[in-house]
Design a protein around this ligand. Structure first.
Ligand code: SAH
Ligand code: SF4
Ligand code: F3S
Length: 477
């Protein structure tokens, strides 16, 4: 899923658990909620739904867990170290709970779904375990804990999309927001825990998505990112009512166009694309609308067809190259990023070289790179031996990271001397004398503040120099 750009960042390790800021509806129940999120952007997006549900019940949010009556941790299971971080964090909560025994500690998200009631045995301080499809039940579950019992709801749903819940945008810059367009995943990549933690794939009503985008635009937002594990398989089939003209089926290309039509001033991004499903129709739609950003996250995982088959990715090297060629043909200026796993079961040195040569072929703008981590219950865990030694996985990972570093620098150097349309997202992390924002290709651009332009406005920036992660420039008229 999409994250802030930096070459060596990974999905779960890069993001510190982030706490929501203050929010309240006014009809307070006098209780304070703290929520911290790990993992992919979908999880962060879900936390905004959870906050919305509980604020509706009169909760106020706080940024300090020590001050909270209810402490939630929204968890990720994608790799073993993602789970380890959550366990470590729970240890830190323990001291606060000892001081305040009335404090409710809840585990949400993918780890909750994976471990279910076992969590209550393993981590004594935990009172509530709630899976990603059960957040509407939270008020009831908190009520059960108030009555003195522990509570679990990890039911997965085939329908739930939280379409009618409007998320509270609490950690937002007021300019860019994420919109979940689907949930779950029906692919069975053999390494991946997501189908087990998030359940079956389902697409959200496109009209509720367009409404959310419109509301955001009217509230001053200028960029939305449409989120799903595999956005290219988005498909909404309207239910047919009696005597009503049936509405057409909406696919991802249609949805992109619908959201792009909200306003030419609203940038549209999306993540993640699956190489097996991305169509030329989607690419032509991207080319047609100036406000659909020219950037595709297209995880390759491996450059070798035998490994891809073991991974059950359902495409091979040639298919992936064909999709990259189609992108370059239809949208020549498009940025492409990827995910890579090194040291998957039985991967040989030669097969690893195929991943490096794939990287040379595409010259990705950016990549998330991981050493394979076996996850209990997945197809790979059942079928294959995790037989690549840890130090070999790590060495291959270093080679992949080094190569990506070169390619990121190459891409950014190509941006120097050119003018980029940038949406000002805020002040740069290093200095309030500089603004930051991204160009169409999702590269972070930093440039001196010009008081004529405010956060949320578009400016043209001439790239003057770069590192492998940031383009540095100045505003030009
Ligand atoms: N739906 C997205 C991926 C979501 S998970 C897609 O299909 O591309 C994000 C990334 O985590 C994956 O692309 C993969 O590179 C990595 N990942 C998933 N399971 C992993 C595992 N068991 N070990 C190492 N990396 C893994
Ligand atoms: Fe996991 Fe594959 Fe689904 Fe992505 S497409 S979430 S890697 S199973
Ligand atoms: Fe992690 Fe679940 Fe996302 S396992 S990557 S939080 S879907």
């Amino acid at each position: 899923m999409l994250e802030l750009t930096h070459t060596t960042k990974t999905h779960d390790e890069s993001r510190q658990g982030e706490a929501l800021e203050m929010a309240t509806t006014g009809k307070s129940n006098g209780r304070k909620l703290y929520i911290e999120s790990y993992g992919c952007q979908m999880n962060f997006s879900d936390s905004e739904i959870v906050a919305s549900i509980l604020i509706d019940q009169g909760f106020e949010t706080t940024k300090d867990y020590k001050d909270a009556d209810v402490v939630f941790i929204n968890t990720c299971s994608i790799r073993e170290n993602a789970e380890q971080r959550v366990r470590n964090r729970l240890k830190e909560f323990e001291a606060a709970k000892t001081r305040n025994p009335g404090m409710i500690v809840g585990v949400l998200g993918c780890m909750a779904e994976r471990l279910k009631a076992k969590f209550l045995e393993e981590e004594k301080l935990v009172d509530v375990v709630v899976g990603p499809d059960a957040y509407r039940d939270l008020p009831n579950l908190i009520g059960k804990v108030d009555d003195g019992s522990k509570a679990v709801n990890v039911l997965l749903s085939r329908e739930e999309t939280y379409a009618d819940i409007s998320p509270v945008r609490l950690n937002s810059n007021g300019v860019s927001a994420f919109i979940s367009i689907m949930r779950g995943c029906d692919n069975m990549c053999s390494f991946c825990v997501v189908p087990f933690t998030r359940g079956r794939e389902r697409s959200r009503d496109p009209y509720s998505i367009v409404k959310e985008a419109t509301d955001l635009f009217n509230a001053g937002y200028r960029e939305v990112t449409l989120l799903g594990q595999n956005v290219d398989s988005y498909k909404f089939t309207p239910t047919v009512g009696e005597g009503v003209e049936p509405l057409p089926i909406v696919n991802f290309a249609d949805l992109l166009a619908m959201v792009a039509e909200v306003s030419p001033e609203l940038r549209v991004r999306f993540s993640t694309s699956h190489p097996k499903d991305i169509t030329d129709e989607v690419l032509y739609t991207m080319a047609k609308y100036e406000n659909i950003c020219k950037y595709i996250h297209l995880p390759v995982q491996s450059g070798n067809s035998r490994v891809l088959e073991l991974m059950n990715r359902t495409y091979d090297r040639e298919w992936y190259i064909d999709r990259v060629d189609a992108i370059r043909r239809i949208i020549p200026e498009c940025g492409i990023s990827t995910d890579v796993i090194t040291g998957f079961c039985t991967e040989t040195e030669e097969e690893h070289q195929d991943t490096l040569s794939m990287m040379d072929y595409v010259k990705y703008d950016f990549a998330y790179m991981f050493a394979y981590s076996e996850r209990p219950g997945t197809l790979a865990a059942k079928r294959y031996e995790d037989d690549v030694p840890e130090e070999v996985k790590k060495r291959r990972l270093t080679e992949v990271v080094n190569k990506q570093q070169e390619h990121s620098l190459y891409r950014l150097q190509n941006f120097v001397g050119k003018v980029h349309k940038v949406l000002i997202e805020g002040f740069s992390k290093r200095s309030d004398q500089d603004y930051c924002g991204r160009n169409d290709q999702n590269t972070m651009v930093v440039f001196p503040v010009d008081s004529r332009y405010k956060v949320g406005q578009y400016v043209h920036v001439l790239g003057e120099s770069c590192t492998s992660a940031t383009l540095i420039g100045r505003i030009v008229e």
